[in-house]
Design a protein around this ligand. Structure first.
Ligand code: HEM
Ligand code: HEM
Length: 215
């Protein structure tokens, strides 16, 4: 379990870092992208049972929901990797000049990944939370419950704010994203903003799944 947590955390950190293209530059972005690929291969190897079980068992609404979330994540991940390697400038620069559209597709797939990583984490929140509480030595209490509610409010409001600030919708639709400069610039804010967007979508799938369970 510890090994899984280590890989999951490393994947999340690598993902957030590589997104800050201006901070890590092209070389850093591509190297972190390859590292993410290696971690994701290990992660998928350890979760092979999920792929094997796809043709077995009953399909409830909840199962369909988590399947669709994982499908978007897998398709966007594969698109990011194939397009990334074909436009690479540092790690694999040995390819013919690609059309400008491939860059746009790579970027859009990267933003689809941002949302689907959030949705994917929300599906596993029930398993992640006790692991987090144990590693931070937190015990159940009223203060913790209120703390969780405050945290949720901060995540959702920051997630919505930064989705507009980083023009997430325009990137997903491959539209040019022009607008005012962000009030919150710098790598620290970038990391925070993207983590909050992931948190927002994690909350969407966590509560979405709960709603489906009740029906
Ligand atoms: C930042 C990136 C990611 C994080 C933090 C993450 C986290 C998790 C967690 C916590 C689990 C539960 C089991 C475990 O801990 O291994 C899981 C399961 C799984 N992950 Fe990921 N994951 C990420 C990216 C990906 C990617 C890119 C793929 C596929 C290309 C993927 C495919 C799967 C599959 C197939 C499962 C098992 C099915 C399921 O229970 O949903 N994950 N992931
Ligand atoms: C999880 C993996 C990856 C994600 C989410 C991702 C996402 C992105 C995003 C969002 C951009 C636009 C950055 C910006 O302009 O602010 C970008 C640019 C770029 N990425 Fe990736 N990327 C990933 C992996 C890779 C890999 C593995 C390579 C190549 C080995 C790569 C090569 C590039 C290149 C060359 C650009 C610049 C394209 C241009 O000039 O328009 N990426 N990537």
């Amino acid at each position: 379990m510890k090994k899984r947590m280590l890989i999951d955390t490393a994947m999340l950190l690598t993902f957030l870092l590589l997104l800050d293209y201006r901070f890590v530059h092209n070389k850093g972005h591509e190297i972190l992208g390859i590292l993410f690929l290696v971690l994701a291969l290990i992660h998928n190897r350890w979760n092979l049972s999920w792929y094997r079980s796809l043709l077995r068992g009953k399909w409830t609404k909840q199962r369909l929901f988590s399947f669709l979330v994982n499908l978007v994540l897998i398709v966007s991940f594969l698109t990011v990797m194939v397009t990334g390697l074909s436009i690479s400038m540092t790690v694999f620069p040995f390819h013919p000049h690609m059309s400008f559209r491939i860059n746009g597709l790579h970027q859009a797939a990267g933003f689809f990944m941002l949302l689907s990583v959030g949705l994917h984490l929300g599906l596993h929140w029930n398993a992640i939370l006790p692991r987090l509480q144990r590693s931070l030595s937190l015990k159940k209490s009223k203060v913790l419950t209120w703390g969780n509610r405050m945290l949720l409010l901060i995540i959702v409001s920051s997630g919505i704010y930064f989705s507009f600030d980083y023009h997430v919708a325009s990137h997903l639709l491959m539209l040019s994203a022009r607008g005012t400069r962000s009030l919150f610039s710098g790598p620290g804010w970038f990391l925070y903003g993207h983590l909050m967007i992931i948190g927002l979508y994690a909350a969407v799938s966590y509560y979405g799944q709960k709603l489906l369970q009740r029906r």
